[in-house]
Design a protein around this ligand. Structure first.
Ligand SMILES: [Zn+2]
Length: 53
């Protein structure tokens, strides 16, 4: 039982060690990408939300 718990914890550590950095990188890339309007290239922070020129 103890050995199984150890294996599970190692698998969880591996999953989190691989997925979390990947997830954060994807999230960061998405946030950086969404800073500019895909249509006109203007910074989206300067525009009111919902009004895309
Ligand atoms: Zn735009």
């Amino acid at each position: 039982m103890k050995a199984k718990v150890l294996v599970v914890s190692e698998v969880v550590a591996l999953i989190f060690g691989g997925l979390v950095p990947g997830f954060l990188l994807g999230l960061l890339a998405f946030r950086v990408k969404s800073r500019w309007c895909p249509h006109c290239g203007q910074p989206t922070q300067a525009l009111p939300q919902g009004q895309d020129g």
